[in-house]
Design a protein around this ligand. Structure first.
Ligand code: HEM
Length: 81
């Protein structure tokens, strides 16, 4: 996930800036997001995908290019899970 979410913990083959991709099922019922619970905002959690070395940079750019209405649809979908 790059430098922005790195916790420098190595587990198995995953280095300090790598994580198992989080399952999003149930994310709409949660109050805090990301591995260290650093935010209660889905938008902040999504934006945190973008940082130096993150494999999710392309997805974040795609999401940022959506219309405001489409971005709201994405948030509503996540809240429905
Ligand atoms: C439409 C695209 C995406 C959306 C809406 C999305 C959304 C989210 C959200 C809401 C979380 C927080 C989940 C939680 O706290 O339980 C999350 C975490 C995460 N996502 Fe994504 N994600 C997307 C694409 C990606 C991609 C492309 C990757 C990897 C290449 C990725 C990897 C991860 C990882 C590793 C985490 C956990 C990070 C951490 O806990 O610090 N995601 N995602």
């Amino acid at each position: 996930m790059g430098t922005g979410l790195a916790d420098n913990v190595s587990q198995g083959g995953a280095g300090g800036d790598q994580f198992r991709t989080a399952p999003l099922w149930g994310v709409g019922q949660r109050i805090f997001f990301l591995h260290d619970g650093r935010t209660s905002s889905l938008i902040t959690a999504i934006n945190a995908h973008g940082s130096n070395g993150s494999e999710a940079n392309t997805s974040l750019n795609t999401a940022a290019a959506l219309s405001l209405s489409q971005q709201q649809d994405l948030i509503n979908f996540l809240r429905s899970l």
